[in-house]
Structure formats: structure tokens, C-alpha cells
Design a protein around this ligand. Structure first.
Ligand SMILES: Cc1cc2nc3c(=O)[nH]c(=O)nc-3n(C[C@H](O)[C@H](O)[C@H](O)COP(=O)(O)OP(=O)(O)OC[C@H]3O[C@@H](n4cnc5c(N)ncnc54)[C@H](O)[C@@H]3O)c2cc1C
Length: 553
């Protein structure tokens, strides 16, 4: 092993400390398996802690798992993996009991029953919540359990690449971003739980760590990605000030009779979705807001209004403590003034193709959480993501643990490590070249302008050319310290992820869910299909268009 690289052996390496990664770590540890959790920031800073509105579960009548399943499939415009969606909706109630065992407290009514609310496209209330800080509450419970089980972890460790040897993923290469130390983790199984990639977009709701490299790793090791064109734009992000533009205003506002209005005070959703109004799908509400702004009916901040001034006294503070405080801080008292909101990139429905146990098509490689695909199809219901991470986190913990009992550890070859050291150090050795911040800014604009809410062939081809040009330039990135080195590596991976998003978006010549093409504005039943992408052994991208996985009820 290269002398400057230290080595750690474990059974399971879990990359990511969000809800899904932590749930996997808890389960695998309970199965008696050695686990190491790695995160690029503090464990508790994972994006999951930012989640607001709640998590979906059929916990209380009239909601049933069957109804939750049907809402999920309808919401996903029928390209979901039905088998995963079925398992998800059936097992979710038990996962709530697990969370409560870890100390998570969900809001309850005075009679002791759960407080629930209905988000967009829900037939009955499915959302369980803790105020508008559900993610924070969940993270606290999961981290307390992690601590109780004494699960080892590394914070501020950036994973640069998965390591594959003899056809198997056998661990990963890490940089300690506090001191630049390199580490190779040799693991029998590796679980990717790296969340989404919102920071590819100029306006987004995501935590800074959501830069999307998990998707790019799939391409490197030959794992299949599905539905990458399906990018969810949340209808309601804050409109101002500039540094807050895009910050989420939870769906819980609309789920509790918040009303959207244009600058003339008109409840415009009645023209777009007269039945569901503000509680239409996120894709539908987003496009309606976009249209209002495009047609000149937006506010001076290129936004629309979200009004809760009709709520009874005390409701805003009680239901939405974070949204209330965030607006007070910018001088908007939401009890008396309308909020201004605008769509913001929010979630990636696509990702690693997994089976019901989180297995990918590559031996030793598992995935869970937002970085995976198929429960949500073409549009995710609000509340289904936190929930999905709990169901499949447990499952991937069980399955990967079993695998570690039948597989021998692999000693990672020196040449693989030396090659990775050379790759990650290249930006540090260059004296002239391209700055990461410049390329990042261009990626964000390219994706927002051309691969955004409304797409068409012309925009997508422009984006494709720009990404290709940026990939060439990214060969010459320069860095002076570890933080800049990380930024360079993130950008190289982001560009790979962007490339496959654009490729899939060009391929899908219809409009479905979050993917809207102005040159193909209709839903096409022939496109009730998933686009699957992977790189073959020669590094060539291959694409398959296949029917969604159906299940037996
Ligand atoms: C503002 C906001 C509010 C939301 N509210 C809700 C809600 O109310 N209900 C709901 O269901 N969903 C909600 N979502 C979606 C949901 O929060 C996420 O989809 C979910 O939390 C993702 O969890 P995860 O475990 O997959 O990953 P994350 O929580 O994103 O965690 C990713 C982890 O991977 C680590 N990581 C990433 N790359 C690397 C690397 N290279 N090296 C090392 N570590 C790495 C990060 O450090 C982090 O620990 C919301 C999303 C946003 C943006």
C-alpha cells in the first residue's frame, strides 16, 4: 500500500449519514456486522436534517397501505417500480415504530392520536410530522441510536471514488478534508447513501453536500441508473433575498389551506387544476407558477404569493415554526403578509437501479435513499422520501450483512490506489488552469436554464454541448488546498451526472411528471417506460428503454 495512504478494514462501508444511511447502519449493526459510516460533513449535517413537512405512512384511518401505494403510483405517472412501491407502503407503519423506539416524537392531537395532513395528490392524510422540522427530529433519533450502538464513523471525510476489483466493489478512497490525509476503506460490502444532487442547479432547496457524485460513481463501476431525467422542482421556494432564493417553503403550508395567488390576487390554480387546486402534484403546481410568472402575472421578485393570512391566530407559529421564523428574519410576518414563492430544484427521482434489498447489478455494491430510484417514478409525493429511506435502509442493512458472511475480504491492489492518488492530486499540482468556482457557476446556469422546468430538444442539445465543453475544461482544474481539491473532484463527478440527465431527457420524447418538454407537451402512453443507463467495460454509455417493474398485489 502507498505509504501516504492509511487503510481501514470493515465489513460494510456506508457512504452517507442521512436518514437512509443511518437506518442501514443501525440495522446492519443489530445484525452483528461491523459497519463504518462516512460523511463529507458532520453526521448531523446530512441533508435529511433539512426535511420539513413530514413522512408518509398509512398510520391512521382512512389512510391504508393500499391507498398509499395507489397515490404513490398515480403521483409517479405509472413508471414507478410497483414492487418496491408496494413493499414500501406495506412496511412503512413498522418503521414509524422503529423511529419512535429511537426517540423520535411525532406531533399528536389532544386525544393522543397522530396529527396527520395531506400533501399534493394524497387521497387521505398520510403525512406524519414534527412541526416543520421533521428531518431534524428524525436525525436526532437516528443519531442517538447510532451512538447507543457505538457505530464507528468518520466525519469530514470525502469519498472520491468506489474501488472495484475483479468485478466487485471492494471499498472506497477517502480524503480527510480537515488535514488532507488519504484513507482506503476495504469493505466486503459498500452502501451508497449519498442523497441527491441539487447543487447542479442555480436555484435549489438542497443542503450544500448534495452535489450528486454518488450517481457518477455508478457510471464508473458499471452500475445501472434509471429515470435520471426525472428532476423534481418544488413549487414553493423562498423568492428573496437573493441568498435565500430557493430555500424551501414546505408543502405543509398548502396542505393546510395555504393559497397561491398571482400579483392580481387571483387564485390562479383554479385555471390549471380546478379540482385539486394547490394540492395538485408538485409537477403541476410548479408549471402553473412558472406559467404565471412567464405571462407577467408574477410579483416583482419573479414569484407568486402564498397566503396564510386567513389562518386563525397561533396556527402559523404552531404548524410552521421554522418557516415563520425564517420569514420574520427577512421582515415578513406571514400572519399578516403573504409569502413570495418561486419554484426551486428539489429532488432527484432517478438513481441507482436496486432490487427490494438495495442490491445493484454490481457485486458488493448496494444503494439506498434519494440516490436510488423507482419508488417515485416520474414525480415523488411530498413525504415519500424520508419514508423510503427508512424502509429500504433497514432492508439494505439486512441484505448487505448476509452478504458479508459469505464473501471473503479483498486486499485492494496497490495500482488501484496509486492511480487514485495521482487522479485526486492532479489539480493540486497544476500551476495554471480552470477554477472550480467558475465551472460550478456555469454548470448551475446550464442546468437551470436548459434542463429545468420546461425543456425541449434545442435547450437540451445546448446543455449537452456545454457539458461536453466543461468536461474538457475540467481536465485542467486547479486547487491550492484540500477544500479546493474537493470542489474540483465534485465538479468532475457533477458533469458526469449532468451528462446522463441530459441524455435521458433528450431520449424521452413526451411530457410525464416532472419531465416537461415544450416540443412534446403530451403524455405518450407508449412512453410508460423507464430509461436505464450504464457504462460498459469499455466506458461506453449504453441505454435501455424498458417497461416498469410490476408486482402481484
Ligand atoms: C429542504 C428540503 C425539505 C425536504 N422535506 C422533506 C419532507 O418533509 N419529507 C420527505 O419525505 N422528504 C423531504 N425532502 C427530501 C428528503 O429530505 C431527502 O430526499 C432525503 O432526506 C435524502 O436522504 P438520504 O439519506 O438519501 O441522503 P441525505 O440526507 O442527502 O444524506 C447524504 C449523505 O451523503 C453524504 N455524502 C454525499 N456525498 C459524499 C461523498 N462524496 N463523500 C462522503 N459523504 C458523502 C453527505 O455528507 C450526507 O451525509 C426534503 C428535501 C429538501 C431539500
Amino acid at each position: 500500500m502507498s505509504s501516504e495512504v492509511q487503510s481501514i478494514d470493515t465489513d460494510i462501508l456506508i457512504i452517507g449519514s442521512g436518514g437512509s444511511g443511518l437506518r442501514a447502519a443501525i440495522e446492519a449493526t443489530e445484525q452483528g456486522t461491523n459497519v463504518l459510516v462516512v460523511a463529507k460533513e458532520l453526521l448531523k449535517q446530512a441533508h435529511t436534517g433539512w426535511a420539513m413537512g413530514g413522512l408518509n405512512v398509512a398510520m391512521k384511518a382512512p389512510a391504508t397501505p393500499q391507498m398509499h401505494f395507489e397515490d404513490t403510483i398515480n403521483g409517479g405517472w405509472y413508471i414507478n417500480n410497483y414492487k418496491l412501491a408496494r413493499i414500501f407502503t406495506r412496511e412503512m407503519p413498522d418503521r414509524i415504530h422503529d423511529l419512535e423506539r429511537y426517540g423520535v416524537k411525532f406531533d399528536r392531537l389532544p386525544d393522543g392520536s397522530y396529527f396527520t395532513w395531506a400533501g399534493g395528490k394524497q387521497s387521505a392524510p398520510l403525512n406524519l410530522c414534527a412541526g416543520d422540522y421533521t428531518g431534524r427530529e428524525m436525525m436526532q433519533g437516528l443519531l442517538t441510536e447510532l451512538e447507543r450502538l457505538r457505530v464507528p464513523f468518520l466525519e469530514y471525510h470525502y469519498v472520491t471514488r468506489l474501488l472495484k476489483q475483479n468485478g466487485k466493489v471492494v471499498g472506497a478512497f477517502l480524503i480527510n478534508t480537515s488535514n488532507g490525509q488519504y484513507t482506503v476503506v476495504q469493505a466486503k460490502a459498500t452502501i451508497v447513501a449519498t442523497g441527491g444532487g441539487g447543487h447542479m442547479y442555480r436555484i435549489n432547496t438542497n443542503a450544500p453536500s448534495n452535489t450528486g457524485e454518488g450517481y457518477a460513481w455508478a457510471l464508473d463501476v458499471g452500475a445501472e441508473l434509471v429515470d435520471m431525467e426525472m428532476i423534481q422542482f418544488h413549487p414553493t421556494g423562498m423568492a428573496f433575498p437573493t441568498e435565500k432564493r430557493g430555500t424551501l417553503v414546505t408543502e405543509k403550508v398548502r396542505g393546510n389551506s395555504g393559497i397561491l395567488k398571482n400579483k392580481f390576487g387571483e387564485r390562479f390554480m383554479q385555471h390549471y387544476q380546478p379540482e385539486r387546486l394547490e394540492l395538485a402534484g408538485r409537477d403541476e403546481v410548479t408549471r402553473a407558477i412558472y406559467q404565471e410568472i412567464q405571462d407577467g402575472r408574477g410579483t416583482e421578485h419573479e414569484a407568486v404569493y402564498l397566503d396564510v393570512t386567513h389562518w386563525e391566530a397561533g396556527k402559523a407559529e404552531q404548524l410552521l415554526p421554522d418557516v415563520f421564523a425564517e420569514h420574520m428574519a427577512i421582515g415578513v410576518d406571514i400572519r399578516k403578509q403573504m409569502m413570495e414563492v418561486t419554484p426551486s430544484m428539489h429532488h432527484m427521482m432517478g438513481g441507482y437501479s436496486i432490487n427490494e434489498w438495495g442490491e445493484t447489478n454490481v457485486a458488493g455494491l448496494y444503494a439506498v435513499g434519494e440516490v436510488t430510484t423507482n419508488v417515485h417514478g416520474a414525480n415523488r409525493l411530498g413525504g415519500n422520501s424520508l419514508a423510503e429511506g427508512q424502509v429500504f435502509g433497514r432492508r439494505v442493512g439486512i441484505c448487505s450483512s448476509k452478504y458479508t458472511r459469505i464473501v471473503q475480504p479483498t486486499l485492494i491492489a496497490h495500482y488501484l490506489i496509486d492511480a487514485e492518488v495521482a487522479r485526486v492530486e492532479a489539480p493540486l499540482h497544476r500551476k495554471t488552469g480552470v477554477y472550480a468556482a467558475d465551472l460550478l457557476s456555469r454548470i448551475k446556469d446550464t442546468m437551470w436554464n436548459n434542463v429545468g422546468i420546461i425543456r425541449n430538444a434545442q435547450k437540451l442539445l445546448t446543455a449537452q454541448q456545454e457539458v461536453k465543453a466543461m468536461q474538457d475544461e475540467a481536465q485542467f482544474l486547479i486547487a491550492q488546498d484540500t477544500a479546493e481539491q474537493q470542489a474540483c473532484l465534485e465538479i468532475q463527478e457533477m458533469l458526469k451526472t449532468a451528462e446522463v440527465i441530459i441524455l435521458a431527457a433528450l431520449e424521452r420524447t413526451e411530457s410525464r411528471g416532472a419531465h416537461y418538454r415544450s416540443d412534446y407537451p403530451q403524455l405518450d402512453p407508449a412512453w410508460e417506460k423507464n430509461i436505464r443507463l450504464r457504462k460498459d467495460e469499455q466506458g461506453k454509455l449504453t441505454m435501455r428503454v424498458v417497461s416498469p417493474v410490476r408486482d402481484e398485489p
